[in-house]
Design a protein around this ligand. Structure first.
Ligand SMILES: [Zn+2]
Length: 494
């Protein structure tokens, strides 16, 4: 069994002014051929799962390209075309193939294309023809579209947020693809897109409306006629027509059943739509509550400045308030400001400097903050994920500095990465368990590794491009009416 393997993954926040260009991919992942298997084997990622399952099934993988970048603005034409053309060229010379495995996201918006994944899958289909099956893994935040469904045979969305099942979905995609190649299953798919644009804040799957939907989906999956079900919460910060929640059900040669289950899930999602509305504490109240709290560490989660949701990562409002009230024994992780890192590098460890940090990307994450502090440590930014997400994968934050401003330690990074693993604090020599307050720039993912160690979690409503308050954004292209942008949206579920 010869299986073509490729990855192209990006979550595009169309409100961001940070273009996702080649440099952003190079700082994250841009790998070719055998290097892909070497890098991802044994890691808690889709590719890791695909590789493990292929090994077990005795399948030969033909790895092509693996490209991913931290969420930001539209993917530039240049890098998108480079990766796509490389993938198609490899596909053309790959020789006889039994199947294609693609690790995609579902919310990638390249310049000039609304549905990046649909475009990639359609191009792959064109090369391999109608008879070679294509199986795809997609992020929980995928904005499901017609071409993804129509041109692929099987889609597998992550079922968790925090995404702790990526490897599992990779395994599933490879196993189902093998069954399809062996003609042991005949997939029939149905999908629904109710007019629903859930904000990120209540999309988590440990509780709330998505838990309810997945409990129901898990029950449905017990039917041997059901191959798999994905409920995509969708990515609300991509202002494209397809943004929003999507239900995808694939059954074994039973279209009627697929339609019935998809309709039921869409109805349940719609009936509970108000549970997706999320509110957090204003900055001043949140900081006051953290100071008064007993025990440690107390987490202040900067949900709206999550680089993993395409926010700038250089938001200053929580830091400003912490300094104003004289908080101590506090760490802010991690603030994206390569220029500030360079100033720290130039000054050297132990130097006392005055500089502007953060607030430089746009006007939606607070103003730059002038601080005077001591350069505590400098590092090359290399760490390894040790939590439930992406376990074992190497991460690169680029040149990294810790600036100590009256015992508020600011971790300044050069490469954009969401703070979702305590290793991103530990590797610079700070013990997260010993800090009174930890500011973590993340919406939900931090919960997988930080919830077990946090004494208390306080969700903060600071400004930023991953805010769950969707009224702050000027939508132009998403289909309307859609809830909650249009609170009176009418939908008649089947
Ligand atoms: Zn996601």
């Amino acid at each position: 069994m010869r299986i073509f393997l490729a990855m192209l993954s990006h979550e595009t926040n169309t409100f961001s002014n940070v273009p996702t260009d080649r440099a952003q991919f190079e700082a994250h992942d841009l790998r070719y051929g055998g290097e892909i298997v070497e890098t991802f084997r044994g890691t808690g990622t889709c590719l890791g799962g695909m590789i493990a399952a292929a090994d077990r099934l005795g399948a030969t993988l033909v790895p092509s390209v693996a490209a991913s970048a931290s969420p930001a603005g539209r993917v530039t034409r240049d890098i998108y075309e480079h990766v796509k053309q490389r993938l198609l060229a490899d596909l053309t010379i790959a020789g006889r193939l039994d199947g294609v495995l693609l690790d995609l996201h579902g919310a990638m918006v390249p310049e000039g294309v609304d549905d990046g994944e649909g475009d990639v899958i359609a191009a792959v289909r064109q090369v391999v023809g109608p008879d070679v099956p294509i199986a795809v893994t997609l992020d929980f935040h995928g904005n499901l579209g017609q071409d993804m469904i129509g041109k692929a045979d099987l889609l597998h969305g992550y079922k968790t947020y925090p995404h702790v099942d990526m490897a599992e979905r990779g395994v599933e995609a490879m196993e189902r693809l093998a069954q399809l190649i062996g003609r042991r299953i005949r997939p029939t798919a149905a999908w629904r897109k109710p007019p629903l644009l859930p904000p990120l804040g209540n999309q988590g799957t440990t509780r709330g409306p998505m838990r309810r939907l997945y409990d129901l989906a898990d029950e449905m999956e017990k039917d041997p006629k059901v191959i798999s079900i994905s409920v995509f919460a969708g990515f609300p910060l991509a202002d494209i027509p397809d943004a929003g929640l999507g239900v995808y059900v694939v059954t074994d040669n039973d279209q009627v059943l697929a339609e019935r289950l998809a309709a039921r899930l869409a109805r349940v999602a719609w009936d509970h739509r108000r549970e997706f509305i999320h509110t957090a504490l204003p900055v001043k109240d949140a900081v006051a509550r953290a100071l008064a709290a007993d025990g440690r560490p107390i987490l202040l989660t900067d949900m709206a400045d999550n680089m993993g949701g395409g926010a700038a990562g250089d938001g200053t409002e929580i830091l400003r308030e912490l300094l104003r009230v004289g908080a101590r024994n506090t760490t802010v992780a991690c603030l994206w400001d390569g220029a500030a890192v360079q100033q720290c590098v130039k000054a050297g460890v132990g130097a006392r400097i005055t500089l502007d940090v953060g607030g430089k990307v746009d006007h939606r994450h607070g103003a730059p903050l002038s601080v005077t502090g001591t350069v505590r440590t400098l590092s090359d930014g290399r760490f390894t994920y040790r939590g439930p997400m992406m376990n074992g994968l190497a991460g690169r934050l680029g040149p990294t500095a810790v600036l100590d401003v009256d015992d508020v330690k600011v971790i300044l990074i050069t490469n954009r990465r969401q703070t979702l693993d305590p290793e991103m604090i530990r590797f610079v020599g700070i013990d997260p368990l010993m800090e009174k307050i930890l500011v973590v720039k993340s919406t939900i993912h931090y919960r997988a590794a930080f919830e077990p160690i946090a004494k208390e979690i306080i969700e903060v409503d600071a400004p930023g491009l991953s805010s769950s308050n969707l009224a702050r954004f000027e939508y132009r292209r998403v289909r309307r009416p859609i809830f909650p942008l249009d609170p009176d949206t009418v939908y008649e579920p089947e």
